[in-house]
Design a protein around this ligand. Structure first.
Ligand SMILES: Cc1cc2nc3c(=O)[nH]c(=O)nc-3n(C[C@H](O)[C@H](O)[C@H](O)COP(=O)(O)OP(=O)(O)OC[C@H]3O[C@@H](n4cnc5c(N)ncnc54)[C@H](O)[C@@H]3O)c2cc1C
Length: 473
């Protein structure tokens, strides 16, 4: 049975990459001064810088890697089609500003009509079996929602119905590892229940990394320029980089929660324990793409088909087949299994992908792999993981991260209370931090945010046809 796009994925929520469009190094010497300095040129950093430029203030973005995009990174060198090594889809087409901005910049952005299927061994699930799975998923989501209303926060796993039978492992994968990069036992029920609906998949044909790079093309930024130390106070801030120091009246720090807690950037004085503890409760899960080029459609699947399997273990994956009508297929691994696998290196990841596809489609189907490439986001030194999710009790930490630290403001997906783990959330957090920093330096009147905050849309009420909580990565 083929499911519609709003079905099971609506229930879940690096590197050899060629520099994407617009990526460039700072040609002139690094400026010594700016009104606001932004650390990191991912979605949050680019959004922040654009907002500061729109307010006619001087901004400089320092980025540790050689390209714009952070966890949005389009590889145009490995395959003959763009391969997004990080995020590949946007969500919330009604409210997401990146969609309009990207289209205005000439990029092709459109919804992806994903086909969704479940394999049980070598065959597709029958209609009745798919119904059973969807019902199990709805019950699990409902249980997490109910569990989030208790006195104390608990893990998602602890509130799952105990009678999910043969579908327990698949439900665990779809709602846990695939949705957030973590297993359900490691995720706060409140965080999960508060997550805004993220079921629509909106793609940029040129790649999501290319989109962020294009939106950052006019931003003054210095690539390959890691911030090594930030000296801050209530009045000003100085950022040390290998290319020199930058003095500014405020700073926006967009590095991931794992980078923040790893201590790779020294803060003088230290960042308050309150924020460091908050970041550690919002650590990044593991999510990687193993891309295989399979010419001739040997799996016999349609364009943009998504396949999961009935599985009783965490040793499973999600297949995104024939991406954009190409012969590129991505086998996505996540959670504790994905973390262990990626630690073994790319050959082990590719071997798993081939073995998994063989189990589902037979050895003939995978005998003709032309080229392969796997991401390893946990090992990427300036990301150190995929996307944040809160440990039980950790949901209030997101708000803590938005509190100003002297004249420093944190931004990035982990700081968004409902769109955490997404590009949309990162973008919005960057705009919000920029407005706070602009107010701090007196460039905006203190009358609340200039742009109205987006009204969070909670996950859809549980229904058999729309499975809330699933997520498309
Ligand atoms: C495999 C994968 C798939 C995903 N799929 C999706 C998806 O389909 N849809 C979705 O919405 N989200 C998805 N996500 C999550 C999404 O990519 C992130 O939520 C989002 O890109 C985070 O943006 P950010 O700006 O907060 O952080 P980042 O993108 O991490 O930006 C931070 C920047 O800071 C830089 N930096 C770090 N240290 C320093 C330093 N010392 N000095 C200067 N710069 C520094 C980093 O290099 C980076 O560029 C996925 C993530 C991964 C890994």
């Amino acid at each position: 049975m083929t499911m519609t796009r709003r079905d099971f994925l609506s229930a879940s929520a690096a590197l050899a990459a060629a520099p994407a469009l617009g990526a460039r190094a700072w040609g002139a010497p690094l400026p010594r001064e700016a009104d606001i300095v932004v650390i990191g040129a991912g979605a949050a950093g680019i959004a922040a810088a654009r907002r500061i430029m729109a307010a006619n203030r001087r901004v400089i973005v320092v980025e540790a890697t050689g390209q714009i995009g952070g966890r949005c990174l389009t590889d145009t060198a490995t395959f003959d089609v763009p391969f997004d090594r990080g995020a590949r889809w946007m969500h919330n087409p009604d409210t997401n500003p990146m969609i309009r901005l990207g289209r205005n910049a000439g990029l092709d952005i459109s919804p992806v009509p994903l086909g969704q299927k479940i394999r049980i061994g070598r065959r597709n699930a029958r209609a009745g079996e798919t119904e059973e799975f969807l019902a199990a998923l709805v019950r699990a989501n409902r249980a997490i929602d109910d569990g989030s209303r208790g006195r104390a926060d608990v893990s998602c796993a602890s509130v799952l119905p105990k009678d999910l039978g043969d579908w327990a492992g698949t439900v665990e994968f779809v709602l846990g590892a695939n949705a957030t990069g973590k297993d359900l036992k490691d995720i706060s029920a409140i965080d999960r229940a508060r997550a805004q609906d993220r079921n629509a998949a909106i793609a940029c044909r040129q790649g999501l990394g290319a989109l962020i790079a294009k939106l950052g093309a006019q931003v003054p930024l210095a690539l390959s320029t890691p911030a090594s130390r930030i000296a801050w106070s209530g009045r000003d801030v100085t950022v040390d980089t290998p290319a020199g120091k930058i003095a500014a009246r405020a700073a926006i720090v967009t590095v991931s929660s794992n980078v923040l807690t790893a201590g790779n950037i020294k803060f003088t004085p230290d960042i308050p324990t309150r924020q460091l503890d908050a970041a550690s409760r919002l650590s990044l899960g593991s999510y990687d793409h193993i891309a295989l080029q399979l010419p001739g459609n040997p799996l016999g699947l349609a364009r943009d088909d998504i396949i999961i399997e009935q599985s009783n273990s965490t040793r499973t994956a999600l297949l995104f087949a024939n991406m954009g009508s190409s012969s590129l297929c991505s086998i996505d691994v996540a959670g504790s299994f994905g973390r262990d696998l990626s630690a073994q290196g790319e050959p082990a990841m590719v071997a798993f992908a081939v073995e998994w596809l063989t189990r589902l489609f037979g050895s003939e189907a995978v005998s003709g792999v032309k080229k392969s490439s796997a991401t390893r986001w946990n090992a990427a030194p300036f990301a150190l993981g995929a996307m944040s999710s809160a440990v039980p009790g950790g949901q209030p930490s997101r708000k803590v991260l938005t509190e100003p630290i002297g004249c420093m403001f944190l931004a990035g997906e982990a700081t968004h209370e409902t769109l955490w783990g997404t590009v949309d959330g990162a973008w919005e957090s960057g705009e919000r931090a920029a407005e706070a920093a602009l107010r701090r330096i007196g460039a905006l009147r203190d009358t609340g945010p200039a742009a109205p905050a987006r009204v969070p849309k909670r996950r859809a009420a549980p229904a058999r046809s729309a499975l809330p909580g699933a997520r498309i990565n």
